[in-house]
Design a binder for this molecule. Structure first.
Ligand code: ZN
Length: 439
């Protein structure tokens, strides 16, 4: 099992992920993606979009604004219940997320912390104040006046941007039931203690689907989506089956809106943690919007003319958690010719670059020209192809291994004779002679 420090170090060293605002000493709970990281992240997001939207007849996309009318968050229950337990140490006055001070539930009390002898991570004492509920919505002000009338929130989830557009979509494209609306985008949570690399951050990216169904069909649709989620994780993200675990979330731990939730957990270097969740949200959201807005959220069945407020199944993915699961799976240290190497065994569909093209020698004009030609051919065919003529071949291989490039193509003197190149495989390090047109 890879260690988190190794992954963090590789991500920084090779330009995948940097600490947010690092040049100014950082900004807690934020992360910036570098040239390699953005390729990986976008490939994951595009693969999700293709699998759940483009390749299906029953899914449609939306892309809503991050700033939404603040009534959205009142209706959804976020202003009242989107909170984490916060506790202050009375000795050193540092604040912590109470349930992270040991093996506690989110409803942990001061008495429980005290009797479990949960020590302050900062000063080591056990002298806790009462546990308070800390609302995680980020507040901001819209326009030139900063008072209560201009208060707005950065969205706490992308889901609400879907629900608030339900009626727009039904009125414009009138899809058959069941159908899903999908959205990818940023969401914000003012986490008390962001931690574990990109796993728990204050600004992150979600990929969510609200799948609208007839109320009495929710169970079969839940089960179908669960199968699709497994298929996506195992056969598109290529995560190992034995690292994925279903957790049927008991009622007391479920979000306020959910009647059934399955968390898909993954064996991360930090332990078994939530990768994504699929929740049955009933008609909670649409009914709330109907009440708060006064607008009718009913759907009229095309055949029977029956009207009803649809129920919803929500598969919800966090992009960064998927990035971390993919990196955890790919990270590997092994030995080649007696020396150790770090290699990212990323699947072809997710690797930032599919090929790296090099000339054997940089100072031979005819090799450079031929290599440029091969590079242009592959780039036209695959798009994500990189060029490297730095250092010696061995160093280039090590670098490409670390960023997960599946194949390195080397142009040498033989290429000039017969249009074949050396193709070196990342995982086996085996080299083959291949005709350029067969790449
Ligand atoms: Zn303390």
């Amino acid at each position: 099992m890879s260690r988190l420090e190794d992954i963090v170090s590789l991500c920084k060293r090779r330009g995948f992920i940097f600490q947010g605002s690092e040049v100014y000493g950082g900004m807690a709970g934020t992360w910036d993606y570098g040239p390699l990281g953005v390729e990986l992240k976008r490939k994951i997001m595009n693969a999700w979009w293709k699998y759940f939207v483009e390749d299906r007849d029953d899914m449609y996309g939306v892309d809503a604004a991050i700033l939404m009318n603040p009534r959205t968050w009142v209706a959804s229950g976020h202003t009242a219940t989107f909170a984490d337990p916060l506790v202050e140490c009375k000795e050193c006055h540092k604040r912590f997320r109470a349930d992270h001070l040991g093996d506690f539930s989110e409803k942990v009390t001061r008495e429980e912390l005290t009797s479990a002898n949960a020590k302050c991570p900062n000063c080591g004492k056990v002298n806790w104040d009462e546990v308070k509920q800390f609302n995680m919505l980020f507040r901001t002000h819209v326009g030139s006046v900063s008072d209560d009338s201009s208060l707005a929130y950065l969205r706490g989830e992308t889901a609400q941007g879907i629900f608030t557009n339900f009626k727009n979509v039904v009125d414009t494209i009138y899809p058959d039931m069941p159908f899903g609306l999908a959205q990818q985008g940023k969401a914000f949570r003012n986490e008390i203690s962001p931690r574990d690399f990109v796993f728990r951050s204050r600004e992150f990216e979600q990929m969510e689907i609200e799948y609208f169904v007839k109320p009495n069909t929710w169970e079969e649709n839940f089960d179908k989506l669960l199968v699709d989620v497994h298929d996506f994780l195992e056969n598109v993200m290529m995560l190992p089956v034995d690292s994925i675990h279903e957790l049927d979330v008991p009622e007391e731990d479920r979000a306020h809106y959910s009647k059934r939730t399955i968390d898909m957990e993954f064996d991360y270097p930090i332990g078994r943690e939530e990768l994504m969740g699929i929740a049955y949200r009933t008609d909670f959201d649409l009914s709330n919007i109907q009440r708060e807005s006064g607008k009718n959220m009913e759907y009229r069945d095309k055949k029977t003319n029956e009207t009803f407020v649809p129920h919803v199944i929500e598969p919800s993915f966090g992009v960064e958690r998927l990035v971390m699961a993919v990196l955890t799976t790919a990270y590997c240290e092994d030995e080649v010719d007696g020396s150790s190497r770090v290699v990212l065994k990323l699947p072809d569909n997710l690797a930032p670059y599919r090929f790296c093209v090099s000339p054997l020698l940089k100072n031979k004009l005819e090799l450079m020209e031929k290599a440029r030609e091969v590079y242009a051919i592959l780039r036209k065919k695959y798009g994500n192809v990189t060029w490297d003529d730095s250092g010696n071949i061995g160093k280039r291989y090590r670098k490409q291994d670390e960023i997960g490039t599946p194949k390195c193509v080397v142009v040498d003197f033989e290429t000039l004779e017969d249009d074949t190149v050396t193709v070196r495989d990342r995982d086996t390090t085996k080299q083959d002679r291949v005709k350029i047109i067969e790449l």
